[in-house]
Design a protein around this ligand. Structure first.
Ligand SMILES: [Zn+2]
Length: 286
């Protein structure tokens, strides 16, 4: 009797271990990796609950200076597939070279201008990125292609609406130029006929020089600029002292180069873009 009991417990334990292994296997084979937040959020919207989507650049980290750790590399090389943007996250390429991991580039068909990676802040380029991601997911998991297509269509519906709203805001705007701390909206500016003035360069996050600040102060006076756009996750000290010295007001816009943990849970790239639309409506009208 005791032997039988022992035997039954053993069987039960084996079953539990097997079940756990299956579950782990299932999660591992369903996990795909993205690199930066914009690609992550867009991929999540299209993948829905059919795939587990993870990202390498952690919440609170900054994309331009990011370098993957050996842990990150291990995640990438053991993943089912990887979707990256291009230009800003080319660090995925070398470790994945020669592996069986399927690699997809979300910027396929989009031309980067002046080493500026921020294509994800323009609704029109986001549409192209969404198409590339939908095609990637269909290749990764063909049996759910109809599901991905449906999610892609609702993302496009929202992006078309944002496109129309940006056109309306710009057509009614009092001014066609804006000042920003870090230039995250170069492609948006180009797509909608706006001019972007910035304090730092497209791949810089560091404090501007005194000469650069003098240049910006002169620009504010010359163009009678009333506002400056800034991402609240950036270092705000230079912008705050500029605002104090010149009287311009700070308006938050989201370039998504740094995304906090709270934002990552609460927002999507689409809700960030809705906030950006409102920010542009303010800064272009005074
Ligand atoms: Zn940036």
């Amino acid at each position: 009797m005791r032997k039988l009991k022992y035997f039954l417990v053993l069987i039960l334990l084996s079953l539990l271990v097997l079940l756990g292994a299956c579950k782990f296997q299932n999660k591992a084979s369903n996990t795909i990796y993205t690199t930066i937040y914009p690609v992550y959020s867009l991929t999540k919207l299209i993948a829905g609950d059919k795939l587990v989507v993870e990202k390498i650049v952690k919440d609170g980290a900054e994309i331009h200076s990011f370098e993957p750790s050996s842990k990150d590399i291990a995640k990438l090389t053991s993943s089912k597939a990887v979707i990256y943007l291009g230009l800003v996250d080319e660090w995925v390429i070398k470790p994945l070279d020669g592996t069986n991991v399927k690699v997809f580039k979300a910027s396929d068909g989009i031309e980067f201008v002046h080493s500026d990676p921020h294509i994800w802040t323009s609704p029109r380029l986001l549409k192209k990125m969404a198409k590339n991601i939908e095609e990637a997911l269909t290749k990764i998991d063909p049996k759910n292609r109809q599901y991905y297509k449906k999610n892609y269509s609702s993302v496009v519906l929202k992006l078309d609406e944002l496109d129309r709203q940006f056109q309306t805001v710009v057509s009614k705007a009092k001014r066609k130029e804006f000042l920003i701390s870090h230039p995250s909206f170069g492609y948006l500016a180009k797509n909608y006929g706006l001019l972007q003035y910035s304090i730092t360069g497209v791949n810089e996050e560091e404090e501007p020089s005194a000469a650069k600040m003098k240049e910006i102060v002169d620009l504010i006076k010359k163009k009678n600029i009333k506002y400056i756009l800034v991402d609240p996750n950036e270092n705000l000290s230079a912008v705050k002292s500029l605002a104090k010295d010149t009287g311009i007001k700070i308006v938050y816009a989201y370039g998504m180069g740094i995304v906090s943990k709270e934002q990552s849970q609460k927002e999507t790239i689409l809700t960030f873009m809705e906030k950006n639309l409102k920010a542009f409506e303010v800064v272009l009208n005074k």
